[in-house]
Design a protein around this ligand. Structure first.
Ligand SMILES: *Cc1c(COP(=O)(O)O)cnc(C)c1O
Length: 430
């Protein structure tokens, strides 16, 4: 299987090349040249598979011969090493809990898969791969954890000092080994700017083999399809589910749509957004217009220009009406999000994080209009956002046992002013 760039000005590449490059040289996103199809007989077989085997079946067509089947199985087993249960919240709404992984967010799936793929690709080369990541919290911790101990790959994480939660900071800075944390005395935008500058610095690129681990990378995007299949394995209704996805950069929902295009039974998708509602407005008006990201309590979804929108266009051949038939979208304010968190806790005792609450609220609105039953993706554990969860519901979410050890570790970071010369000096020292 080859991948083309959505901007169509770059050569076709295989999975290996697409993973190592991240973004196509013309600035587009890589997209598979054809979408694999699972017919009824294939689906019947997939229905019974264990997570790792399911992962192999879903991902093999994309990976092609760039990774052997045994190695792919090992990678899938490593990636999907935590439970992803589908639970009933009430009569019409179920939740797919994606937060039982190492850093308590759904990004663990993509980050773990990508890290092992890069590790596999680094084996054949004598040059070390350096992964640069700017993070506002969740991405960096999932990437750090996923890449820990992967040979031939070094990870440098840039995070804004004082702007990530205490748990997140420990997740970023206490890994050691091949993971380095840079504490930038500035904002997330500063971190992103430094990373971008390094990527366009010829001198640095001659010395270091740089790649990024952001969410547009195919090796982070494609494995997310697998848990949509896992949700379907656990879905017991005769009619397929409506699926609501808390969305920011739209990588997660775009993976679900791709799975549906492959034959996965889904009735309808709901793109659940906070007040960053570029996509919601696109469905209303047909116009896709960027706006400046607004800060909300579901901050991993504070995106002003969802980068995976082009992939959604690609899947539907740019047909606006077809997109509207497959996807609905709702935008919730912080006030509405908190109302959902409080009400769901009081009514059924289920504790939502703010991102999952947006997913629940949007699904509820859709089902009210259209009827039927559905599920939403809970993308983070409430403990990651314990401040707002406690303030809204009065309940202090409990830290899972395996996380307790984290609190005892010591932060190790290199402090850095947000200027490029300091960053460059750091990179050159290796
Ligand atoms: C990253 C993230 C999202 C948004 O996912 P996208 O794939 O960017 O749409 C939602 N919730 C949480 C908790 C996240 O970390």
């Amino acid at each position: 299987m080859l991948f083309y760039s959505t901007s169509r000005q770059s050569p076709l590449v295989d999975f290996r090349e697409a993973t190592v490059r991240g973004q196509a040289p013309d600035g587009g996103l890589y997209f598979p040249e054809r979408i694999p199809e699972f017919d009824a007989a294939a689906l019947k077989r997939l229905k019974k598979l264990k997570a790792a085997d399911l992962g192999v079946e879903v991902l093999k067509p994309y990976v092609g011969d760039t990774i052997g089947e045994e190695a792919l199985y090992e990678i899938c087993a490593h990636t999907l090493n935590f439970p992803i249960p589908l639970l009933e919240v009430n009569d019409t709404i179920s939740v797919l809990e994606l937060f039982h992984g190492a850093t308590l967010a759904f990004k663990d799936v993509g980050a773990r898969f990508m890290s092992r793929c890069l590790g596999e690709f680094a084996k054949g080369s004598d040059q070390k791969i350096t992964v640069l990541v700017a993070t506002s919290g969740d991405t960096g911790s999932a990437v750090a954890n996923g890449f820990l101990g992967v040979e031939g790959v070094e990870v440098i994480i840039l995070y804004p000092s004082g702007k990530v939660s205490a748990v997140q900071e420990l997740q970023l800075t206490t890994n050691g080994q091949n993971i380095k944390a840079l504490e930038v005395m500035g904002t997330f935008d500063d971190c992103q700017r430094l990373v971008k500058q390094a990527f366009s610095d010829e001198e640095i690129r001659k010395e270091l083999f740089l790649t990024s681990a952001n969410s547009i990378n195919v090796a982070r995007w494609l494995p997310q399809q697998v848990y949509y299949f896992m949700a379907w394995q656990q879905w017991e209704e005769s009619e397929p589910p409506v699926i609501s996805v808390p969305s920011g950069n739209f990588g997660n929902i775009a993976a679900g749509l791709l799975a549906m295009k492959s034959g996965l039974p889904v009735k309808h998708f709901v793109a659940a957004c906070n007040s960053n509602d570029v996509f919601t407005r696109y469905l209303q008006t047909g116009k896709f217009e960027a706006h400046k990201a607004q800060a909300t309590i579901s901050n991993a979804m504070d995106v002003g220009l969802p980068s995976n929108f082009v992939r959604i266009l690609e899947m539907f051949g740019g047909d606006y009406d077809a997109i509207r038939k497959a996807i609905s979208s709702y935008s919730l304010s912080d006030v509405e999000t908190k109302e959902v968190m409080k009400r769901v806790y009081e009514q059924v005792g289920y504790l939502l994080d703010p991102h999952g609450a947006v997913g629940y609220g949007a699904l509820e609105q859709y089902l009210r209009d259209a009827g039927g039953k559905g599920l939403f993706l809970e993308t983070a554990h409430p403990v990651k956002f314990n401040g707002v969860v406690k303030e809204t519901t009065g309940v202090e979410p409990e830290l899972p046992e395996e996380m307790e050890a984290l609190l005892k570790r010591t932060k190790q970071s290199v402090a850095m002013e947000p200027d490029y010369e300091s960053f460059k000096t750091y990179l050159k020292k290796g």
